[in-house]
Write a protein that binds this ligand. Structure first.
Ligand SMILES: [Zn+2]
Ligand SMILES: [Zn+2]
Length: 100
């Protein structure tokens, strides 16, 4: 089947307004603090505790989650399940949604 292989002049597809562009813009505003998979910082004052990158309080590693956008480790209080990011990134996401 070669029917579809005709040399059509290739026009750029019109860019859709709500997909990856907005995410890309958002990512520009977010400072990546840690690489994905990088472990949280060990709390020097306690055994087997790690520091929340947002509020700087120690927590067991099981209570910390890494933000998919900035890579910071956040405790429960600094986490937003809604977007699966830390509080600070979820704030930016909200602002971007309002813009759109
Ligand atoms: Zn915290
Ligand atoms: Zn974040």
């Amino acid at each position: 089947m070669t029917l579809w292989k005709k040399n059509w002049p290739r026009k750029e597809a019109p860019k859709s307004k709500d997909t990856p562009d907005r995410l890309r813009e958002l990512r520009k505003e977010i400072t990546v603090m840690r690489k994905q998979g990088e472990p949280p910082v060990k709390d020097p004052g306690s055994f087997a505790q790690y520091t929340c990158d947002l509020c700087s309080t120690p927590h067991p590693v099981s209570e910390l989650r890494q933000c998919v956008l900035c890579g910071r480790w956040a405790c429960d209080a600094c986490w937003k399940d809604e977007y699966y990011t830390c509080k600070s990134c979820s704030g930016l996401i909200k602002i971007h949604m309002m813009k759109g």
